[in-house]
Design a protein around this ligand. Structure first.
Ligand code: NAP
Length: 282
């Protein structure tokens, strides 16, 4: 049976470092503050928000919640983001997405100042990730994958990595960050031929699954003794939370695997808090 790469140990270790930094900042009269921007009452957003508020409270980080009617106009929302940019007491801003369809998400994202973009949604943050520049922050989930691999001592240098999924939130930034650590990365997506997916996934040392399809990745397309990071958060037909990897099946051949729940997802909020503190330090 594979080693379980649990997120809690990673998140605890990150939180300990963040908490120390919060105390140091407070001694200098700086109170790290995160603004959460939510439109409407999406239960998933609200669940994530509750988790973030709880974690922030434990670490001594202030959270200010800005909740707007889902029918808010694009102009009004842009004006609100500009106010957050200008507010020197707010260090990081998290905007829940997707935004309602009458709002052009790209316009809103681009208004946010990259130095407050603690979840990597602006082009400035992406430039940081893709061009190795110190602007903005990587998307929290992508960085959570990297933190998890580092915590468990998974060396990336020279390793073959298969990233399944090419979204700007996970697949692409994970690939870039891994390449920076000298992994040899191949990205697969929905148009990758099935036989190619199989050969790439089965011969990789490390597989990152970020597809968004319940238990799609099974042992038959994987190799042996691999490290598997399952980013997926899905609900199966029985209403149970599950990942993109068929855990029970894949864990019998893998060297190490992240569980869902209890894997990458539990590291994401800790990374968000780390970013808020880094933004306050800057
Ligand atoms: P997304 O934007 O929908 O992207 C999914 C990616 O998977 C796309 O690049 C898509 O390819 C690719 N894909 C779809 N079907 C495929 C197939 N049959 N074979 C190979 N690739 C395929 O999703 P996301 O935002 O990246 O999220 C991915 C998963 O992570 C979801 O389950 C989401 O819930 C979860 N998630 C977890 C956290 C966390 O904290 N753990 C945070 C955010 C998201 P195309 O580009 O060709 O469409």
């Amino acid at each position: 049976m594979a080693e379980l790469l649990r997120g809690k140990a990673v998140s605890d270790s990150l939180s300990e470092k963040t908490s120390k930094k919060v105390n140091e900042l407070k001694k200098r009269g700086i109170f790290p503050t995160l603004a959460i921007v939510r439109l409407g009452e999406n239960p998933e957003d609200m669940a994530y928000e509750r988790g973030a508020v709880k974690r922030a409270f434990e670490l001594g980080i202030t959270v200010r919640q800005f909740v707007y009617d889902a029918k808010i106009s694009q102009r009004e929302l842009v004006d609100e983001i500009v106010k957050l940019n200008d507010d020197e007491h707010i260090h990081g801003v998290l905007i829940f997405r997707p935004l309602p369809s009458h709002i052009d998400e790209r316009v809103v994202c681009e208004v946010l100042a990259p130095e407050k973009d603690v979840d990597g949604i602006t082009a400035g943050s992406m430039a940081g990730v893709f061009m190795d520049r110190d602007t903005g922050f990587p998307p929290c989930t992508a960085e959570a994958c990297m933190e998890l691999l580092e915590h468990y001592g998974c060396e990336l240098e020279g390793k073959r990595m298969a990233v399944i999924g090419r979204s700007l939130v996970i697949g692409r930034p994970v690939a870039m960050m891994s390449m920076r650590k000298n992994a040899t990365v191949t990205i697969c997506h929905s148009r990758t031929r099935e036989e190619d997916l199989r050969s790439i996934a089965s011969t990789a040392d490390i597989v990152i699954a970020a597809v968004g399809k319940s238990r799609m990745i099974k042992k038959d397309i994987l190799g042996k003794n691999q490290i598997i990071v399952d980013v997926g958060i899905n609900v199966d037909d029985d209403g149970r939370m599950c990942g993109d990897v068929d855990f029970d099946n894949a864990a019998t051949a893998a060297a190490a695997i992240t569980p869902v729940p209890g894997g990458v997802g539990s590291v994401t909020t800790a990374v968000l808090m780390k970013h808020v503190v880094e933004a306050a330090e800057k």
